[in-house]
Design a protein around this ligand. Structure first.
Ligand code: FAD
Ligand code: NDP
Length: 537
């Protein structure tokens, strides 16, 4: 049947034309949508009884900032938001929405999905799909589709700001005093000062280059990876936490040779038994680990490859790689906001803003949420919830504060790892070995039985309980397919005080991997094998 509706591709082009997207957003017009200037354009700030132009000025249009601005506007506050993205050393920049949308969770998960699809080719053949072998992967096509989706999200955020009459400045903001910010454009030119009763700082983090000679010239980071038109083969990923392992995982699955340089341990802060299983799984897939190593310097070879000098266990070494991906931590963007002009106290250890439990900084009218706040998880959902709760406290009469206990998370490595609560070692450190009971199980997902070569020993469930509190579940760990989907509901149960007894009484959904967590009965203390034999009965 013929249709007059544009197809998805055409519709996207129309949307992009409407907003003038020719690439990453840069010098967008300043917009104001208030009663005196409903048409937008160069803003005229209305005359208000308050001595300030706005009730709330949010610096940073990422997960936390957008959530706070939108909620505050919904509650009737007069809100402005500034968001600006300085380009990376190789010139990458992006639109409204912050890290998660542009260079974090969203493109990462889409590329992880692309990788998992590749990993399942063997299984697909055994399911009867007559796929050719050695199917090549088209990186450019994947990136184009990922970027198309991101641009839709960028546009969606712009529309939300317009709908909620939030004044948007695509400018860099820094404090002049505790009620004034100065806005600068992309050339660094001063644009104007803006005043507000309250400020929320949600400026997030950017990747560290570690100060290594040649790093900025020779390496790329997660700020570049998701929009790169091509990536050379033979990639060195430096770092051993979430970002490095996740990106290493999908790069390998998409056909690249990947080496991972590890300074100390994998996934610091996570359950180390599970972290080691992830490492073994990745090694089993063909990724190479260089352990106990740190870079010294980088330089380009004549044919555009990267010469990496590094130190491993006290010995200096040199290797040539096609490309080097740096994921060695992230730097809080507090320097640029000139916190000293407003009197905001920064933690000198990590440059993050020190806040109280209600997100208030050392300055009473200045708040901070998300990654840049000291002591908070660096995760999108907690930034979003913190932003919304803060707006409700400021403008909705709420007293509700964020509860950061039992925030679940998933590491999207080729074998996914979802967890909530304490690692086994942390639980023992807090409660003592005699008061902690650990249950575990090693299992093979039913679907993995199509491919004989697929091993089952890596899928793993671990339940950590506190014997002093009726075996309350204080840590839940799951290593296997769809970890985020599996863990979300269990995290809700933990919020409700889940005990091992309730878990045992929970009827499983058969045949799934999630049900495995309701059936674990082997304690580590017993010394019995955790390996499941046979099936699920
Ligand atoms: P951001 O989203 O970083 O937003 C801050 C914004 O402020 C940016 O746009 C910045 O350019 C702007 N800004 C900075 N300074 C100024 C200034 N002076 N003036 C104006 N604007 C300024 N979390 C998850 O929960 N799940 C995941 O799967 C996940 N994957 C990730 C993968 C990667 C590769 C990375 C890097 C992160 C990932 N995260 C994930 C973490 C998540 O992206 C962050 O926790 C989240 O985006 C933090 O939100 P935020 O609002 O604090 O800051
Ligand atoms: P982390 O700070 O967690 O890890 C940095 C890694 O780099 C560590 O392995 C560290 O090793 C290593 N490292 C640090 N400095 C050096 C150096 N000079 N040389 C070599 N190695 C070095 O940062 P990430 O960037 O991985 O992640 C940041 C945050 O983003 C996470 O904590 C998480 O909250 C969020 N995130 C969430 C994701 C999700 O939810 N799925 C995915 C990705 C990120 P060492 O252990 O020795 O210090």
């Amino acid at each position: 049947m013929e249709s007059n509706q544009p197809d998805q591709g055409e519709e996207m082009e129309m949307v992009m034309d409407m907003v003038g997207f020719g690439g990453p957003e840069e010098e967008a017009p300043v917009m104001s949508f208030n009663m005196l200037d409903p048409g937008g354009g160069e803003e005229e700030v209305p005359v208000r009884k308050s001595p300030y132009q706005f009730d709330l000025f949010v610096i940073g249009g990422g997960s936390g900032g957008l959530s706070c601005a939108k909620e505050a506007a919904t509650l009737g506050a007069k809100v402005a938001l500034a968001d600006f993205v300085p380009p990376t050393p190789i010139g990458t920049t992006w639109g409204l929405g912050g890290t998660c949308v542009n260079v974090g969770c969203i493109p990462k998960k889409l590329m992880h999905f692309a990788g998992i699809f590749g990993d399942y080719q063997g299984d697909q053949r055994e399911c009867g799909w007559e796929l050719p072998t050695n199917v090549p992967h088209n990186w450019e096509r994947m990136v184009a589709n990922v970027q198309k989706h991101i641009q839709v999200l960028n546009w969606g955020y712009r529309v939300q700001l317009i709908d909620k009459e939030i004044t948007y400045f695509n400018h860099y903001a820094s404090f002049v005093d505790s009620h004034t910010v100065a806005l600068h454009d992309k050339t660094g030119k001063f644009v104007k000062n803006v005043t507000s009763e309250n400020f929320v700082v949600a400026v997030g983090l950017r990747p560290s280059y570690g100060g290594y000679p040649g790093a900025e010239e020779c390496c790329f980071t997660s700020d570049d990876l998701f929009s790169m038109k091509s990536v050379r083969d033979n990639i060195l990923c430096i770092g051993a936490s979430y970002i490095s392992l996740e990106c290493a995982g999908f790069l390998h699955s998409l056909g690249k040779h990947v080496t991972i340089m590890v300074r100390s341990i994998l996934l610091r802060g996570f359950d180390q038994e599970v972290a080691e299983k992830i490492g073994s799984f990745m090694e089993g897939l063909g990724m190479v680990f260089i352990k106990g190593a740190v870079p010294i310097q980088f330089s380009k070879t004549e044919d555009g490859k990267v010469r990496v000098e590094y130190e491993q266990n006290g010995e200096q070494k040199v290797e040539i790689y096609g490309a080097v991906f740096l994921a060695i931590g992230r730097i809080a963007l507090t320097k640029g906001i000139k916190p000293e002009n407003a009197g905001i106290v920064i933690n000198p250890r990590n440059n993050k803003i020190i806040v109280d439990e209600a997100d208030r900084s050392s300055v009473p009218n200045i708040f901070s949420i998300g990654d840049v706040s000291d002591g908070r998880p660096e995760l999108t959902p907690s930034a979003i919830q913190a932003g919304s709760y803060l707006a409700k406290r400021l403008f909705g009469g709420s007293t509700h504060i964020m509860d950061y206990v039992n925030v679940p998370t998933t590491v999207f490595t080729p074998i996914e790892y979802g967890c909530c609560g304490l690692s086994e070692e942390k639980a023992i450190e807090i409660y003592g070995d005699e008061n902690v009971e650990v249950y575990h199980s090693m299992f093979k997902p039913l679907e993995w039985n199509y491919l004989e070569s697929r091993e089952g020993k890596y899928c793993y469930g671990k339940i950590v309980t506190n014997k002093l509190e009726n075996e309350k579940v204080i840590g839940l760990h799951y290593l296997g397919p769809n970890a985020g989907e599996v863990l979300q509901g269990f995290a809700a149960a933990m919020k409700c005080g889940l005990t091992k007894e309730i878990l045992d009484q929970t009827v499983g959904i058969h045949p799934t991997c999630a049900e495995e967590l309701t059936k674990i009965d082997v304690t580590k203390r017993s010394g019995r094998t955790a390996a499941k034999t046979g099936c699920w009965g």
